[in-house]
Design a protein around this ligand. Structure first.
Ligand SMILES: Nc1ncnc2c1ncn2[C@@H]1O[C@H](COP(=O)(O)OP(=O)(O)O)[C@@H](O)[C@H]1O
Ligand SMILES: CC(=O)OP(=O)(O)O
Ligand SMILES: [Mg+2]
Length: 403
């Protein structure tokens, strides 16, 4: 790394999308941000905003076949603004990696051995690790000389006590196959719990926070004094809350039943629970905006899907209140949590006895800033705290390579 290399490119590769940001860590500014959506479909879309030049957002539509093609398109967009990957100012590329197993508890410079371990974990993050791996390989091919850093979704959850991380199954079997609860979205849970403490004017060590990360994937976490003590996702990102396309918690016997009685294969069940369940399985839509629109038109299936989503969310708020004993704040984040006021209102409705309430006019405010939405009198703060996984990844990446 040269002394002038102060920029970090962050790639957050999801199953069908890539979010990215180019940041200058010395100046503390974002130079470019963007998103590639619907990778693998005819209607892929790339939206790129070159903040450094003050240029307008550029949108390109048209098929982008896979993550490799997506990253090459991103590199071309950056190059068009003189921010290409060949820049000597680039210090590192930071990658979100979803599953790090037990081995990776810290941001890690990626070498062949690290990449191999991330590949070994594909079966326990089948929607995510393959996309992360393609992102790493493509970025490496474009800039083989640059440090590539992995920041793991699982890292923040490694502080969970053994009684929260273990499933109540035979210990030898569990240990032989490394079956335990790992938890995901950790970068977001860490960032949001810290920001929530700051919003309350407290140090993270002083507060207990329930973080509700509600995106397409969704998870809850209980954070006590800055450390994660429980989270809703488990061995894989399938456990826990109702998600866009994933079932969340389910009786595991449903899977045997589907195989024995419904004649489904292992892969059929996998696809059913990961891609055809959750909101999309319940009502045919996984976008909360569309679901709310349908509810407003009196659509019963959309209503039921919403109610199931909220019921599960409430159960986790209750469970984590019990786990924490004292709750200082409940923080909503990610696409749904930051934008869907009806979800926030419904999740907290009826929990006044637990000190939880939402002020309707505060809840209706739209803003990119962290904010409280609970009334003055409420014992527990309810907050909307926009997540920024990319910023957190950039900071961790830069800290590692500039150390
Ligand atoms: N204005 C909005 N109102 C309600 N829901 C929204 C809004 N904007 C985005 N969402 C929800 O956020 C989801 C995407 O969240 P995001 O955190 O970006 O997910 P991911 O990182 O898993 O792709 C969308 O599927 C949609 O349900
Ligand atoms: C782990 C996970 O579910 O991630 P995402 O929400 O990006 O799908
Ligand atoms: Mg996400």
């Amino acid at each position: 790394m040269t002394a002038t290399a102060t920029r970090v490119l962050v790639l957050n590769s999801g199953s069908s999308s890539v979010k990215y940001q180019l940041l200058d860590m010395h100046l503390g500014t974002r130079l470019a941000v963007g998103l590639v959506e619907r990778i693998g479909e005819e209607s892929s879309r790339l939206a790129h905003t070159p903040l450094a030049t003050g240029g307008a957002k550029r949108e390109t539509e048209g098929a982008i076949a896979d993550h490799e093609a997506a990253l090459k398109a991103v590199a071309a967009e950056l190059a068009a603004d003189g921010l290409g990957l060949d820049s000597p100012e680039l210090a590192a590329i930071g990658h979100r990696v979803v599953h790090g197993g037990l081995k990776f508890t810290e941001p890690t410079v990626i070498d062949d051995a690290v990449l191999k371990e991330i590949e070994r974990l594909v079966p326990v993050a089948p929607l995510h690790n393959p996309a992360n791996i393609t992102g790493i390989r493509t970025a490496r091919a474009l800039r083989p000389d640059l440090p590539q850093v992995a920041v793991f979704d699982t890292a923040f959850h490694t502080t969970m006590p053994e009684y929260a991380a273990r499933y109540a199954i035979d210990v030898e079997t569990a240990d032989a196959h490394r079956i335990r609860r790992y938890g995901f979205h950790g970068t977001s849970h860490a960032y949001v719990s810290r920001k929530t403490a700051a919003l309350l004017g407290k140090d993270p060590s002083e507060v207990n926070v329930i973080v509700l990360h509600l995106g397409n994937g969704a998870s809850a976490s209980a954070v006590a004094g800055g450390r994660c003590v429980d989270t809703s996702m488990g061995l894989t990102p399938l456990e826990g809350l109702v998600m866009g396309t994933r079932s969340g918690d389910i009786d595991p016997a449903v899977t045997f039943h589907l195989k024995r009685v419904a004649g489904m294969s292992e892969d059929d069940v996998d696809v059913l629970l990961n891609k055809k369940s959750g909101l999309i399985g319940l009502c045919g839509d996984n976008d909360m905006r569309e679901i709310r629109r349908r509810i407003d038109e009196g659509d019963e299936r959309a209503r039921l899907a919403f109610d199931i989503y909220i019921h599960r969310l409430k159960k986790y708020i209750g469970a984590y209140s019990a786990v924490l004993g004292r709750v200082d704040a409940v923080a909503f984040t990610a696409g749904v949590g930051e934008n869907a006021a009806p979800v926030r209102e419904a999740a907290v409705a009826g929990l006044e006895e637990m000190g939880l309430a939402v002020d309707a006019s505060l809840n209706a405010v739209r803003s990119d800033e962290p904010r409280l939405i609970s009334p003055e009198y409420a014992r527990v703060a309810v907050a909307v705290v926009p997540t920024d996984e990319e910023l957190e990844i950039a900071q961790q990446t830069y800290a590692l390579v500039s150390a």
